[in-house]
Design a binder for this molecule. Structure first.
Ligand code: 13P
Length: 254
């Protein structure tokens, strides 16, 4: 029997909102957001803002948070690196791996992403594995191959039990920060590809896996995207930076 899929509303702030803005954001968002028992809300602030986020949401355990990236190594001489094992002390319980901006700007490979998943799981964090194709890959008919490869290689170092603990985010690179959103049909098609690939992977609960959509999600399109087949939530960049807009997204589908 598969687990029922609890929707997740996730905000990726990328390199926006330092500690001061983080406190101000939560001060405006928290009163506007009514706790939901039917969904999980999680914010990924910049690592330097995690303590400020934790302080601002104390008393609101329904507002979860996580780290945007961790190092592939456990510890050591890796200037600027953040070890996954350091993260839980901040109160964060989630971690992203494989975001396309990490792949593009920092050269994270699928093997790196796999190692990061291992580190996140060792630290007891809940990983979100991000996958997605570029426009060129989509237009040359390689959507399925790209998603399959990204998933297969990232899962490779994980044992069966760990694999069942992942959340997935499908984020087409051409829809990130461009204002160009995948249509609900595009999202449904890609989510079906991801779920099919999970069904082939040892240890994955394909039907029970939560798969988020990310790429220019906003209050105006959230309901249509959530209604798309196989879309279990969203990973939102730009529209999560404004407390009113994020509150409106987090109220969707209820
Ligand atoms: P936008 O919502 O700004 O397109 O960003 C999506 C994203 O990359 C979330 O991780």
């Amino acid at each position: 029997m598969s687990q029922p899929r609890t929707p997740v509303f996730a905000a990726n702030w990328k390199m926006c909102h330092g500690p001061v803005e983080t406190g101000a954001f939560v001060g405006r968002f928290a009163p506007r957001h009514v706790r939901r028992d039917d969904a999980t809300v999680v914010v990924f602030p910049p690592a330097i803002s995690l303590p400020a986020f934790a302080a601002a949401v104390s008393g609101r355990p329904d507002l979860e948070f996580g780290v945007q990236d961790v190092h592939t190594e456990v510890k050591g001489a890796h200037t600027s690196g953040i070890a996954a094992a350091m993260v839980p002390a901040t109160g964060a319980t989630w971690g992203l791996a494989g975001h396309s901006e990490r792949r593009r700007e920092f050269g994270d490979t699928d093997a790196d992403v796999g190692r990061k998943l291992v580190r996140l799981l060792e630290a007891g964090l809940r990983p979100v594995l991000c996958v997605g194709e570029t426009l060129e890959e989509r237009e040359s008919g390689r959507l399925e191959t790209v998603l399959h490869t990204q998933i297969r290689e990232a899962l490779r170092p994980l044992d069966r039990e760990d694999r069942s603990r992942l959340v997935y985010a499908y984020e087409p690179v051409w829809a990130i920060g461009t204002g160009r959103t995948a249509s609900p049909d595009d999202a449904a098609e890609a989510h079906a590809i991801v779920r099919d690939r999970l069904a082939q992977a040892d240890g994955c609960d394909a039907e029970g896996s939560v798969i988020l959509y990310g790429g220019s999600v906003k209050p105006a399109n959230i309901e249509a995207l959530l209604a798309a087949s196989g879309v279990d939530g969203v990973l939102v960049g730009g529209a999560s930076l404004d407390p009113e807009s994020w509150a409106s997204i987090c109220a969707a589908g209820g």
